[in-house]
Design a protein around this ligand. Structure first.
Ligand code: MG
Length: 409
């Protein structure tokens, strides 16, 4: 019997203080629904409008089995397409339909796409601090939990350095786009970062895999130099050395340095990642699955990457919802060319709102093996965690050099 989409709606919740958007697709079969991640935490309200005003009326009455055609027809229904708002809206519906298909089949989604290649997904988490000792202490705590991969970021003294506690402070205290706490000098950072890794290799040894995120904050020539300077410390990868606007510099980076290259959390358009993959200019693809349109797009990217020996490292910070983490994990488990999974632990409120979250054990993420994503959403509890107040609704603060010129976030 055909099961159809009855209604598509959004649930906005922030159990960890981060603005999440979950799409719920309700069906004509009583009790059968699907959940999808549509979290674009800097513009969540725009995504909710795109889902509820445009996709809900467009897909109502459609057969829930037709995931690919619903994706393709929704994708062109705006005529002008792509971009993070519309892609996240598509992702919410797409992931919810995969959840429904898994529930109907009685299988976890990773079984629908070929089954497990590995029992669990090794993860990396974030070690940060105000100085080298704080960062290595933080890394040791993660290693004691069984992690074999650690991302390391250190504060440039007095500056709003990406990935460090001082950066987080500026986010919560921000009240003005010209906040003097938000100064960042790319050259100061690029001189300091290799010294962190020299210290880390001395303190932590050679066994642990070390990762680093440049976060598109330096000009191309400086990114090339930094990548060369990091070579002696044998990093697992360096991430986002360049912004999407400057992807044509990747060839130069590739030729100049042996440090493995990870790229992609800001990509939203196939023409950004396709040449980097097909020309073998990167080692790891780390797009944010909801930002490129959802699970259907991501599984195609994973398969494409297999033929170019590019490994997957899906973006998995706190602004990936637990449903998004479950989608990441389904691909991690079923993708032969899996590389590593970024992970941010769930707080207790998140675990309560989203029963069935993937579990971290022995440095790896484990699925509960239940059908679909294996996840639920307690809507009554979700409503108790509204979006936090913020002067401009969670948008990134401006980061500036001392002279006042803008630096990318
Ligand atoms: Mg990153």
């Amino acid at each position: 019997m055909t099961v159809s989409i009855e209604k598509v709606r959004c649930i906005a919740t922030a159990p960890a203080g981060i603005r999440l958007v979950i799409v719920k697709v309700e069906t004509t079969e009583p009790g059968l629904f699907g959940l999808g991640c549509a979290t674009f935490t800097q513009r969540p309200l725009a995504v909710i409008e795109a889902v509820e005003q445009y996709l809900d009326p467009f897909v109502r009455g459609r057969n829930v089995d037709e995931i690919e055609d619903i994706f393709q027809s929704s994708y062109v229904s705006s005529y002008w397409r792509q971009g993070p708002v519309l892609n996240n809206a598509l992702s919410g519906v797409d992931q919810a339909l995969w959840d429904i298909k898994g529930k109907r089949a009685g299988m976890p989604v990773y079984d629908l796409i070929g089954g497990k290649c590995r029992m669990a997904a090794p993860v990396y988490m974030h070690a940060s601090g105000r100085d080298f000792a704080e960062v290595t202490d933080s890394a040791r705590k993660l290693m004691e939990q069984g992690l074999r991969h650690v991302r390391m970021q250190v504060e440039v003294p007095g500056q709003a350095t990406y990935g460090t506690s001082s950066d987080l402070k500026t986010h919560s205290e921000i009240d003005s786009p010209t906040n003097p706490h938000n100064v960042f000098e790319p050259a100061d950072y690029a001189r300091l970062a290799p010294k962190l890794f020299e210290h880390a290799r001395k303190e932590l040894g050679d066994e642990v895999e070390l990762l680093h995120d440049i976060h598109e904050r330096v000009p191309p020539a400086m990114a090339v130099q930094l990548s060369k300077d990091l070579e002696p410390f044998r990093l697992f990868f360096v991430e986002d050395a360049l912004p999407p606007e400057e992807i044509n510099h990747f060839r130069r980076l590739r030729e100049a340095s042996h440090t493995p290259i990870a790229m992609g959390e800001l990509f939203t358009n196939v023409n950004e990642y396709l040449p980097l993959i097909s020309e073998r200019l990167i080692d790891f693809i780390r797009v944010h699955i909801s930002d490129i349109g959802g699970f259907s797009m991501a599984r195609k990217i994973a398969a494409l990457c297999e033929f170019f020996a590019v490994r997957t490292a899906w973006h998995g910070p706190g602004d990936t919802s637990p449903i998004g983490h479950a989608a990441n994990l389904a691909l991690d488990l079923a993708t032969p060319n899996f590389g590593i999974q970024e992970f941010t632990p769930f707080n207790q409120a998140t675990l309560d709102v989203f029963p069935g979250c993937p579990e971290l054990r022995d440095g790896m993420l484990w699925s509960n093996g239940e059908p679909g994503w294996g996840m639920d959403l307690n809507e009554d509890l979700a409503a108790k965690f509204p979006y936090p107040d913020h002067p401009y609704n969670g948008a990134w603060p401006a980061i500036r050099k001392r002279d006042g010129s803008l630096v990318r976030p």
